[in-house]
Ligand binder design. Structure first.
Ligand code: CDP
Ligand code: MG
Length: 725
């Protein structure tokens, strides 16, 4: 058959990240709105509206499950609103991911014809878009956990929906335990049988029996879903990679959108660039099998993307254009994109894991589990039969992929969570009702770290400092440094720093090698201008720069990240001001220069992250692990190692080597009184005390053990004094 290219008049379109509304936008406007209403009408959940509403009303606990995309997250809260449940208090819905909370709230406010932030709002860390009028509130699970701290009975709420429970995020797991603990007890107590607070747990997969049993054998409602078959194809180790497969799908498969799963922002941006470049050479007259396909729309999707860009992901592409979304795991369950027919699965995910080698939480790229892979593939079969192209081989599937994803509670640091529990009066954190019990070693490590920060005492009780630390949505160490600075009256240097450390990727790392060089140079200059040899100070000076927007562009700084740091700083300042008004807020005086003061304050929070140079460029951590580490090439201290002796660092990166990132030199003097704390107490002792009531004899034993350790430390000190700067 001969095709006549000249008959095809339409141009060949490629788009790439459209942060500005494109010319197709206006055409869709009103049509889109009406289409959306129709969509909501035919979501599988709709038929069960009455049943679901009644079940929620009649039960303290309810588990709801159904395929992703069946309408649980967006519809159920609306049903409960219509049923008038909001009159008894807010209808709150938690999400493990902030992006999901924001985009879903936007969507639901549109569906309900409310202004976002009024009746329907959202709250995520450092971004509160709610008001007095808010009755349907989407939020991250972390936010609800903080609310429980201030109000353990959640008296403002009538219903709490814990969404995405199958993700098994640390905070959702803890919320499950807490609500079980308080509500099952309260239930027994109330005689009239009236229910004030109801809890709905929503989950995509079938772990529902376990959930129901955990929640006192509560009812389970399953939304029957229709799904279409998805055929999966494995790749092999040397086969084409994600971008090439996506391109192959584009030219050889019939119309339908593509969803590519990668691990993170920079990888996604790179892939989008490559895809765009390669797609440029497609000749749509000859190369594309399905002649109704006339162009490719490439859209990245990851957590830290601006929300107006994220919204475009959900819009239908212009007719004839195939959409290709390149996303992180966020698109696996939290966000459903309509029209996806093809999946390209890299088989990897970025995950925060506690690394026992270095004793810290590290962001790692790890293989996904088999159930996760099936979930990803399933995204192609929502509206018609789909195809899933796996980059990895069958062998990889068999040998490297676990059956199920390990819950976060069994792999992440529990420091903040344990402090939260303790503040809530859960003294025995080991026998708390966990859905899956965390490894004891993680609990012990958390107790130990809290003790090191003076957040709990030997008896496992929260200290005054611990309560102050709890007020800030930051890592306890960073908060402690901030509080120290505030005590000296110099919070103005630590507040911006804390804000800068709370946003991601301040420094842009361009993919192009030439540009990378340029960016490196600019960033090195910046470090030098801020006094050099201190990555924390560099961050501070970026925050303080004068002509932000233009300056950022020129210096390869993320303007948006910097802007959010400004807002975070204001919020942290407000918290601090409130605390400073209290009578017992600690105050101290300090004599010395500013740079020293800055670094000394940092030491009080980062003494758990101290390393000392051993030989050449190799450092050794002082936390008892004695890990051999290197300064990361992105640090201003890189290649200056010979001048260093002791350093503190913000985090680590583990590849074949362990790298320290965001580093600054300190003097041994500044940490010598703090370091003993690292070895002072055995975590087991803390937990025993947490478990049983304090026994004076045991305490005496501890004391004598500590005396011994002190002796050991004195010896170490002596040696160090001789070599210290
Ligand atoms: O929670 P569940 O996975 O059951 O479904 P959902 O998130 O409520 O999604 C229901 C429908 O709303 C899907 O067709 C989504 O594509 C759509 N949706 C959307 O278009 N925009 C959003 N921001 C969120 C959902
Ligand atoms: Mg959902």
């Amino acid at each position: 058959e001969v095709r006549y290219p000249s008959l095809r008049k339409k141009p060949f379109i490629h788009f790439r990240i459209m942060s500005k509304p494109n010319k197709h936008e206006s055409k869709r406007g009103s049509k889109r709105e009406s289409k959306r209403c129709v969509e909501a009408q035919c979501l599988p959940i709709l038929q069960h509206k009455a049943t679901l509403t009644k079940l929620v009303k009649d039960n303290v606990f309810l588990v709801v499950t159904g395929e992703t995309g069946s309408g649980k997250t967006t519809q159920l809260p609306q049903y409960l609103y219509e049923a008038g449940l909001w009159k008894g208090g807010i209808i709150g819905i938690t999400q493990p991911r902030r992006v999901a909370a924001i985009t879903v709230a936007q969507r639901v406010s549109q569906e309900m014809h409310f202004t976002l932030g009024k009746e329907v709002g959202y709250q995520v860390r450092f971004d509160d878009c709610t008001s007095q009028a808010t009755v349907v509130k989407y939020m991250t699970d972390g936010c609800l956990l903080r609310e429980i701290l201030a109000d353990p009975g959640l008296s403002q709420y009538s219903v709490v929906i814990l969404d995405e429970a199958h993700e098994r995020s640390l905070n959702t797991d803890i919320l499950l335990g807490l609500l079980k603990k308080t509500l099952l007890q309260a239930d027994k107590g109330s005689k009239d049988g009236s229910v004030r607070l109801r809890v709905v747990v929503m989950s995509a997969t079938l772990e529902t029996d376990k959930l129901s049993t955990f929640l006192g054998h509560c009812p389970v409602f399953t939304i029957p879903g229709r799904t279409f078959p998805v055929t999966s194809r494995f790749g092999n180790a040397i086969g084409p990679k994600e971008v090439d497969i996506a391109l192959e799908v584009h030219v050889s498969e019939v119309a339908g959108d593509i969803l590519v799963f990668l691990t993170g922002q920079s990888e996604i941006e790179k892939a989008c660039d490559m895809l765009y470049e390669k797609a440029e050479s497609i000749d749509y007259r000859y190369d594309v099998q399905d002649q109704t396909v006339e162009g490719l729309l490439i859209l990245p999707l990851y957590g830290s993307m601006p929300t107006d860009q994220q919204r475009q992901i959900f819009q239908a592409p212009p007719s004839g254009i195939r959409k290709c979304v390149v996303a992180t795991n966020i698109a696996a369950t939290s966000l459903t994109i309509n029209g996806i027919k093809y999946i390209v699965d890299s088989g990897f995910v970025k995950q925060l894991n506690h690394n026992s080698r270095v004793g810290m939480d590290i962001l790692e790229v790890v293989p996904i589990s088999k159930s996760e892979a099936q979930q990803r593939a399933g995204r192609a079969g929502r509206t018609s039969a789909g195809k899933c192209f796996r980059i990895y081989s069958n062998e990889f599937w068999e040998k490297c992929m676990l059956d199920y994803t390990v819950p976060e509670i069994q792999r992440a640091s529990l420091t903040s969570v344990v402090l939260t529990l303790k503040c809530l009066g859960v003294h025995d954190v080991i026998r708390f009702p966990y859905l899956d019990h965390p490894e004891e070693r993680l609990l012990l490590e958390a107790l130990k770290q809290l003790y090191q920060f003076d957040a709990i005492d030997r008896r496992g009780q929260v200290t005054q400092l611990g309560r102050l630390i709890m007020e800030f949505p930051l890592h306890p160490g960073l908060t402690r440094a901030l509080l120290k600075a505030a005590a000296y009256g110099c919070e103005d240097i630590l507040l911006p720093l804390a804000a800068m450390l709370s946003v991601e990727n301040i420094f842009i790392r361009p993919g192009h090698p030439e540009k990378q060089k340029e960016a490196d140079k600019k960033q090195r200059n910046m470090a030098a201008q801020s006094g050099g040899m201190n990555d924390f100070a560099t961050l501070l000076s970026v925050f303080q720069c004068d002509s932000p927007s233009a300056w950022c562009k020129e210096n390869w700084i993320h303007w948006r990240a910097l802007k959010s740091a400004f807002s975070i700083e204001t919020q942290l300042r407000e918290i601090l001001l409130r605390l400073q008004q209290k009578k017992d807020f600690p105050v101290e005086t300090f004599a010395g220069n500013k740079s020293e003061l800055f670094r000394r304050c940092l030491c009080t929070g980062y003494f758990t992250n101290v390393a000392r140079r051993s030989i050449g460029k190799i450092f050794s951590t002082m936390d008892g692990h004695g890990t051999a580490v290197h300064v990361h090439p992105s640090s201003s201290l890189f290649d200056q190692e010979a001048e260093l002796d002791w350093v503190i660092f913000h985090d680590m990166m583990v590849t074949s080597r362990v790298y320290l990132r965001t580093v600054c030199p300190i003097r041994y003097d500044w940490v010598k009184d703090l370091l003993p704390k690292l070895h002072e107490v055995d975590a087991y002792e803390l937990s025993n005390i947490a478990r049983e009531e304090v026994n004076e004899e045991e305490l005496a034993k501890l004391e004598s053990k500590e005396a011994k350790r002190q002796k050991g430390i004195l010896k170490l000190e002596k040696r160090n004094d001789e070599t210290s700067v």
